[in-house]
Design a protein around this ligand. Structure first.
Ligand SMILES: Cc1ncc(COP(=O)(O)O)c(C=O)c1O
Length: 377
C-alpha cells in the first residue's frame, strides 16, 4: 500500500488509499463485507486447500477454477484448452498486459465515458490516444463509421463502473459486428459482471459469432471478501493479432494455485446459492443507502437500474471533493466521482460513489453521516 497526502490525489485509487485504514471506508469497490457461513467454511479449510495446492499440478487447479467461475456467470463457451485463459494477480495487471499489447499495433482507442480511471490511465500510459464514447451513444444505436475507422480498438466496461450499465446481448452483437466490419479489436472489462444477472449471458459466443477480434478482462476480485486474494482473467480470440501471450510471459509465470483453489471453492459456493444471497445482500444495502438519504433536498441517485456493488449519489451545490472533505472529518471515506469522467472531469463534480459490498451496519452509519453533511449548509 502506498500512502498519499490528501493534496496529492491524481486518480481514484489515491482517494481509495486514504480510506483503507478507516472502519467507515465506503470508497473502494473491493468486497469487504463479512464472510457468509458458506464462505467461512471454505476459509476454515484453508490448510486443506494449501495441501492440495502443494500436491496437485497447478494446471488442473487452474482449469477447475476457470470452469467453476465461468459456469457461475453463464460464460459457457470459454476456451478451456491450457494457456487460453491467462490468469493474472488482478484485473489491472490484465489491463496493463492488454494495453501494452494494443500499443504494438494500435494508435487510438475508443473508450466508454465515464469509467474507472485506471483503464484510461493504463491505455494512455502505454502511448495510446483515447476517444471518449458516451454511454448513451454506446447503448443507443450503431457507432458512427467515421469513429470506427479512426480507431484500432473499442473498449467497453460492462457492467460499467460507476454507473452499473450493462451492454445488452443484442447491443454487444451489433457492436461486435461493427468491429468485425472495420477489422478492429473489441475489448471488454467485465469486472462487475457477477453482480448483475443481465450480464450472465455468453459474451464470448456473441463475439465469436460476430467474427470480430476480441479481448475480455474478467475479475474475481469484486465479488467476494477474500482479502484481495483474487484473479484477473485475460481471455482473447485466437485471431487477436496482438502479442498478448508474449507480454503476459514478460510479467508473470502464473497465479498462486492457492488463490486459484480459493476461487474455485468460492465459485462453487456461489453456484449453490451464495450468488443469489449476495445479490439480495447488495440489494438490501442499496435500499439502506436510498432510504437513509431519502428526502434530502437536491439529492438523487443517477443509476436507478444498477445492480452493481456501488451506488452514485448526486447532489446540488457542493462538489464531491467538498463533501469528501466534510465526511473525512467524521472518519467516513467515500469516493468523489470527478475522475471517473476521464475526458471531462467536471461532469462528475457533484457526485460521490458509495461502496455497497460492506457489512450493513458500518455502511448505514457512514450514510447517516453523509445525510448530516448533505443537510448542513
Ligand atoms: C471496472 C474496473 N476494472 C478494473 C479495476 C481494477 O481492479 P483491481 O484493483 O483489482 O486491479 C477496477 C477497480 O475498481 C474497476 O472498477
Amino acid at each position: 500500500m502506498v500512502t498519499t497526502e490528501p493534496q496529492l490525489k491524481e486518480n481514484l485509487t489515491q482517494w481509495e488509499y486514504l480510506a483503507l485504514n478507516s472502519e467507515l471506508n465506503i470508497a473502494d469497490g473491493h468486497a469487504r463485507q463479512a464472510l457468509s457461513p458458506g464462505q467461512q467454511k471454505i476459509v476454515n479449510e484453508l490448510p486443506v486447500l494449501w495441501a492440495e495446492s502443494e500436491q496437485r499440478p497447478v494446471q488442473q487447479i487452474e482449469s477447475e477454477a476457470h470452469q467453476a467461475y465461468f459456469t457461475l456467470l453463464g460464460q459457457h463457451s470459454y476456451p478451456a484448452q491450457p494457456g487460453r485463459v491467462l490468469s493474472c494477480y488482478s484485473s489491472s495487471v490484465s489491463m496493463e498486459i492488454l494495453a501494452r499489447s494494443l500499443s504494438a499495433a494500435v494508435g487510438k482507442v475508443a473508450l466508454v465515458h465515464p469509467t474507472f480511471d485506471n483503464i484510461a490511465d493504463l491505455l494512455r500510459g502505454n502511448g495510446l490516444e483515447l476517444v471518449p464514447v458516451e454511454e448513451d451513444a454506446l447503448h443507443g444505436a450503431d457507432l458512427p463509421a467515421e469513429l470506427l475507422s479512426s480507431v484500432g480498438c473499442v473498449f467497453v466496461t460492462t457492467p460499467n463502473n460507476p454507473t452499473g450499465r450493462v451492454l445488452a446481448e443484442e447491443r454487444l452483437r451489433r457492436l461486435a459486428e461493427q468491429c468485425a466490419e472495420h477489422g478492429i479489436v473489441l475489448a471488454l472489462d467485465t469486472s462487475f459482471r457477477g453482480f448483475d444477472a443481465a450480464a450472465h449471458y455468453d459474451h464470448y459466443a456473441v463475439l465469436q459469432e460476430a467474427g470480430c477480434r476480441w479481448v475480455v478482462i474478467e475479475d474475481t476480485g469484486k465479488l467476494w471478501p477474500t482479502l484481495d486474494l483474487k484473479a484477473g482473467l485475460l481471455v482473447f480470440s485466437e485471431d487477436i493479432g496482438l502479442p498478448v501471450e508474449k507480454i503476459y510471459s514478460d510479467i508473470l509465470l502464473g497465479v498462486s494455485p492457492l488463490i486459484l483453489a480459493l476461487i474455485r471453492e468460492f465459485s462453487r459456493d456461489a453456484a449453490e446459492g451464495g450468488l443469489a444471497d449476495l445479490h439480495a445482500f447488495i440489494l438490501h444495502n442499496r435500499s439502506v443507502v436510498r432510504r437513509t438519504l431519502a428526502g434530502v433536498e437536491g439529492v438523487s441517485f443517477p443509476d436507478p437500474e444498477s445492480r452493481s456493488s456501488v451506488e452514485r449519489v448526486a447532489f446540488a451545490g457542493r462538489t464531491g471533493t467538498e463533501v469528501w472533505e466534510e465526511l473525512q472529518r467524521h472518519h467516513v471515506f467515500a469516493l468523489p466521482c470527478r475522475q471517473f469522467h476521464w475526458a471531462e472531469p467536471s461532469d462528475g463534480d457533484h457526485m460521490v460513489r458509495i461502496a455497497l459490498a460492506r457489512s450493513t451496519e458500518p455502511l448505514e452509519q457512514s450514510v447517516q453521516v453523509l445525510r448530516t453533511v448533505l443537510e448542513t449548509r
